[in-house]
Design a protein around this ligand. Sequence first.
Ligand SMILES: Cc1cc2nc3c(=O)[nH]c(=O)nc-3n(C[C@H](O)[C@H](O)[C@H](O)COP(=O)(O)O)c2cc1C
Length: 364
Amino acid sequence: MKRLNIGGLIPRLPIIQGGMGIAVSLSGLASAVANEGGFGVISAVGIGMLEPNYRRKFRESNKISLRKEIRKAREKSDGVIGVNIMMAISDFDDLLNIALEEKVDVVFIGAGLFLKRPEMPEGCTTKFVPKVSSARAARVIFNYWADKYNWVPDAIVIEGPMAGGHVGFKKNELLNVQKPLHQLIEETVEVMKPFEERFNIEIPVIAAGGVYSGNDMYEALEAGASAVKMGSRFVTTTECDVSDAFKQNYLKATSEDIVLIDSPVGLPGRVITSSFVKKIQAGETMPVNCPWKCLKTCDYKKAPFCIASALFNAAQGNLDEGFSFAGSKAYLADRIMSVKETISQIMQEYAEAKYLAKLKLKSV
Ligand SMILES: Cc1cc2nc3c(=O)[nH]c(=O)nc-3n(C[C@H](O)[C@H](O)[C@H](O)COP(=O)(O)O)c2cc1C
């Protein structure tokens, strides 16, 4: 198996747990994954909703809560701990600064083109990993960094159309998929080559979106990825920080229950259907009472519902007033198990897939 090396960060396993908001992946899940040799990732978006004063002090609460969760994760694990921050949120810079002040190992940045190289505090060695949905977007970011800063990000996540949460494709591209994940991986690996040569570094390509089993992981690594990022697979773990009702919703879901909605973020979102989802799909609007405008792109006076409240309600177990984000393969979950068991199952599935592929080769 390939060894993942993100600028000198070398975890035991090439498995990255996807950052999941709101309040789905916090210190509990991130530290458990890091302890098993993967990358544990805390999602920063809306994290302050866990604080009592959130509605009055939105920015301050997000900062307090993110710092708290990073420190808790550090107390529970010596492994690799990262933070996921969406560029679409209005306090992106504040939360990035907290992650850097706390010297997290790595920051994953999605929902926008990550063009501005952050100022690093003294002694900070945090690695930066943007998430994109096409090799073209990867090229734009890396060209920009190379021209402007004479440097490039430390790795890249290429996320395909089967991912959970906000997906970087148009709805019609999701309903009629043009490029499967393996093709996106191959194209991104090609795009990274000249930058690896120019800067004499390794730039790992990390594959995400519908990577659920060890077999999926085998296929992604065979296509050229150096690691996989899995979100949905880690929701149904004992250590996942979300409510039990949210996890049970995953266990009950069938493949038909996993649907697309239009999110006020400006991207399609993949969710498990609920009474709330049916209402918004039927064109109903829910009153939005927004004192803070958490998303740069959200016109809250016109938004049909508040995505932050819907996600937070679901995370707390109130699924009638929200919905769970979920990847296309989330319906495969059949029980709650520990992170340890989950990872050992993935590795077992991976070994079987590799063995079967070898047998097939021999018989040809
Ligand atoms: C419940 C849930 C919440 C998510 N929240 C975020 C988030 O806050 N920020 C983000 O960049 N990606 C988010 N994602 C995307 C994941 O980080 C990951 O990229 C995705 O889950 C990969 O697809 P998979 O679920 O098929 O493994 C979320 C995904 C899920 C399932």
